[in-house]
Design a protein around this ligand. Sequence first.
Ligand SMILES: [Zn+2]
Length: 148
Amino acid sequence: MKCPHCGHDGSRVIDTRDSGDGIRRRRVCKQCNQRFTTYEQLNTAVHIVKSDGRREPFDRIKLLNGIRVASAKRPIATAHLEGIVDQIEEYVHSSGRTEIPSKEIGNIVLNRLKAIDPVAYIRFATVYMDLPDLESVRSEIDRLMDRS
Ligand SMILES: [Zn+2]
C-alpha cells in the first residue's frame, strides 16, 4: 500500500472500520507521517475497462447516476432504473471475470433503455457509445426510427 503523499511503501494502520460492504482503514505513512484512508471490498472487485484502456472499479452508484441523468424528466419509474442496475450488478458479479469492458455494460443498459424509453436511450447512447457528433447521433436515431 503506497502512500499517496510520498509514494513510500510502508504504513501503519491506526483505525479499522467496517463500512457495510467493505473495510475502511485509516493509515499513517511511516516515512512522511501523513494520514490516508484505504478501502477494501470484501468481494474481489470487478473492474470496468474503458475504451481508452483505463480501469476503474465497478461502481453501482455511478452507473445508476448515469442512467438517471439520461432519464431525467422522462416518465420512467426510479424502481425501473434500479432494476436495470440490479441486473447489471448481477451480470457483473456472476460473470466470474475481474475485468469487463465498459462498452459491454453500456450495451446492456442501452438494450434495456431502448425497450423503455427512446429519448433516455439516445441520451445514454450519446455519452456511453461516445457518439462524437450530431451526425452520428442522428444516424443512431434514424436506425431506431427504422426499427420501430
Ligand atoms: Zn508518505
